[in-house]
Design a protein around this ligand. Structure first.
Ligand SMILES: Cc1ncc(C[n+]2csc(CCOP(=O)(O)OP(=O)(O)O)c2C)c(N)n1
Ligand code: SF4
Length: 287
């Protein structure tokens, strides 16, 4: 029986003290332990960024990929081995900047995996440039007069693209985040958890206190119905994207179920062997 401890390794994160990403790491480990999963049945795939280091800090299979490419890799891993619990993870720049196109198509495709984004409204690893989720007017190292681009709201984009599970969390609420991760893993289909995860070094605006003052926790609204897409849209727009909890969930067909001939058995456990007859036919073309 696996416990949280088994998902810890001896690698000490090199994140700055106080970085929101520590809580995301702890929440993933807690969720995996609570769900009684074994490390060998889990793969954590990340992109590039401070947040992208997370795959090296969890004791499971993992891959620290290329900037913006966590999702294509994660989808390939899941298609090859449907028995693995696959978690893709990274930052807002990684996922909603360079990786946005992959995100939109992963949402459409609805392959069964969980995507956890550490959204700090800045590029941390490259030392403080504005990111796609930085607010209009946000002053960063590269925008001393304030950015003149409108902010992308991940929850709006995800709902518009047809996501089947959407939640948002906050690094200072590990209990809520852990529960959301468990629900996302249990969900059959593509799930996004966008986590407000402060960068204490380069973002002095979107601090822990700023989030505490501005976030609306949907779990405190007993009339909120996460199966109502119109209501989800309304809340996301009303709160300017700053709401936490389970925002929307629906059951819809998963990609693998619709691929003709996709075997129940994982590709990784199938015998690697050429069909002799087919091979001979191909070779005959060159004879
Ligand atoms: C193709 C490519 N373009 C740009 C970079 C440089 N780069 C590395 S990390 C990063 C931004 C990371 O920001 P974010 O995803 O928000 O993660 P954070 O560091 O804030 O956790 C950039 C632009 C790169 N590594 N590869
Ligand atoms: S630079 Fe920011 S995002 Fe990166 S580790 Fe430090 S606090 Fe975290």
């Amino acid at each position: 029986m696996a416990t949280v401890k088994e998902f810890r390794n001896n690698v000490r994160p090199n994140w700055c003290p106080g970085c929101g990403d520590f809580s995301v790491q702890a929440s993933i480990q807690r969720a995996l332990g609570n769900m009684d999963l074994e490390p060998e049945n889990v793969a954590v795939i990340s992109g590039i960024g401070c947040s992208g280091r997370i795959s090296g800090y969890i004791n499971s299979y993992g891959l620290h990929g290329v900037h913006g490419r966590a999702l294509p890799i994660a989808q390939g891993v899941k298609l090859a081995n449907r028995d693995l619990v696959v978690i893709a993870s990274g930052g807002d720049g990684d996922g909603f900047g360079i990786g946005l196109n992959h995100f939109m198509h992963a949402v459409r495709r609805n392959i069964d995996l969980t995507y956890i984004v550490m959204d700090n409204n800045i590029y941390g690893l490259t030392k403080g440039q504005h990111s796609p989720t930085s607010a209009f007017g946000f002053k960063a190292k590269n925008t001393p007069q304030g950015t003149i681009e409108n902010a992308l709201k991940p929850a709006q984009v995800a709902l518009s693209a047809g996501i089947s599970f959407l939640a948002q969390g906050f690094s200072s609420d590990v209990n809520q985040l852990t529960s959301l991760i468990e629900q996302a893993i249990q969900h059959r289909g593509f799930s996004l958890i966008n986590v407000f995860s402060p960068c204490v070094t380069y973002n002095k605006i979107n601090t822990y206190d700023w989030y505490r003052e501005n976030i609306v926790n949907l779990e405190q609204d007993e009339n909120y119905d996460s199966s109502n897409k119109a209501l989800a849209m309304q809340k996301v727009f009303e709160t300017n994207g700053l709401c936490t909890g389970l925002i929307y969930k629906e059951d819809r067909p998963v990609f693998q179920d619709l691929v003709p001939g996709y075997k129940e058995e994982a590709i990784t456990s199938q015998e690697l062997r050429l069909d002799d007859e087919y091979f001979a036919k191909v070779m005959n073309q060159f004879a």
